[in-house]
Ligand binder design. Structure first.
Ligand SMILES: C[S@@+](CC[C@H](N)C(=O)[O-])C[C@H]1O[C@@H](n2cnc3c(N)ncnc32)[C@H](O)[C@@H]1O
Length: 264
């Protein structure tokens, strides 16, 4: 036998009109959002999340949401585009298509082809947009046949060091993506060589600054972030475009501080 107040509680719960609950909740939330300052609301949400996840464990195992940099990093190695490996962070596919559509570049230079999923993705987007060419550079010659047959893709296989910048002459809007070895020295080298080719309003995108977050920067002499810092200190024609870096949360991208916009 339940104590009276508890049986009333059960009766009340059993007969509760869910629609009323939802409507009231929405109004209450809107009301609190109006009167409480943002940091208080955020702190409240964080506490609620913490209690729900760590104390109540209300979500069944299969419905829990658990991912972070490491799980995304692990997953990105298995990503394919049209069946061939495409090594990019999932958030960055969205950024790339938005940038290409907004900018409509004549030329994208991709440093680091690998099998070619990235170049193929860019070239197909250009097909949709109706303009543009991809020059993709590697030291190896392992690009998939899909790239070799693509009318918008030109392969260069002797490394970025041997790419003749005169190949980029005559293009009005040039965008560069550095996605090769990610060492500090290599990244800085590409910034110095290809930085001047980028046209004002366009981007030099440095991939994989995320390695610092993964505590792997020592293996890369400080990695892309060290190179970006150094390059930006010497060249004020670029700024970090925070809009793309922070689109899904602060630097929620593999390209941490890597969306460099040429402003002059
Ligand atoms: C991360 S993978 C590129 C992934 C590719 N962009 C994609 O989206 O799928 C890095 C590639 O950079 C190439 N690489 C390394 N050093 C290079 C250099 N000096 N010049 C051009 N490519 C280089 C490697 O051979 C490798 O294929």
């Amino acid at each position: 036998m339940l104590p009276a107040e508890n049986s009333f509680g059960l009766f009340f719960l059993a007969n509760y009109d869910k629609r009323n609950y939802v409507v009231r909740n929405i109004f209450m939330r809107a009301f609190f959002r109006k009167i409480l300052p943002e940091p208080v609301l955020r702190a409240y949400a964080a506490v609620k999340r913490f209690i729900r996840k760590k104390i109540l464990h209300s979500a069944p195992e299969a419905e829990r949401v658990e991912f972070d940099c490491d799980t995304v990093y692990k997953g990105h190695f298995g990503v394919t585009y049209r069946g061939i490996p495409c090594l990019k962070c999932p958030f960055d596919y969205v950024h790339y298509q938005m940038i290409l559509d907004a900018l409509k570049p004549d030329l994208v230079i991709e440093i680091g082809t690998n099998i070619g999923g990235g170049a193929l993705y860019l070239a197909d987007l250009m097909n949709i947009i109706g303009r543009g060419t991809v020059h993709t550079i590697d030291i190896a010659d392992r690009a998939d046949k899909l790239l070799r047959d693509h009318p918008r893709i030109k392969l260069f296989t002797r490394g970025w060091e041997k790419y003749d910048v005169r190949n980029a002459a005559g293009f009005r809007k040039v965008l560069v993506i550095e996605d090769s070895s990610h060492t500090y020295e290599n990244t800085l080298g590409t910034l110095r060589k290809f930085g001047p080719l980028v046209t004002p309003g366009s981007y030099f995108i440095v991939e994989d600054g995320i390695i610092n977050e993964q505590d792997r920067e020592e293996d890369y002499q400080g990695g892309p972030l060290r190179a970006i810092r150094e390059y930006l200190a010497a060249d004020d024609s670029y700024v970090v475009d925070r809009a793309y870096c922070d689109w899904f949360g602060k630097n929620a991208t593999a390209n941490v501080n890597g969306y460099l916009k040429k402003v002059k």
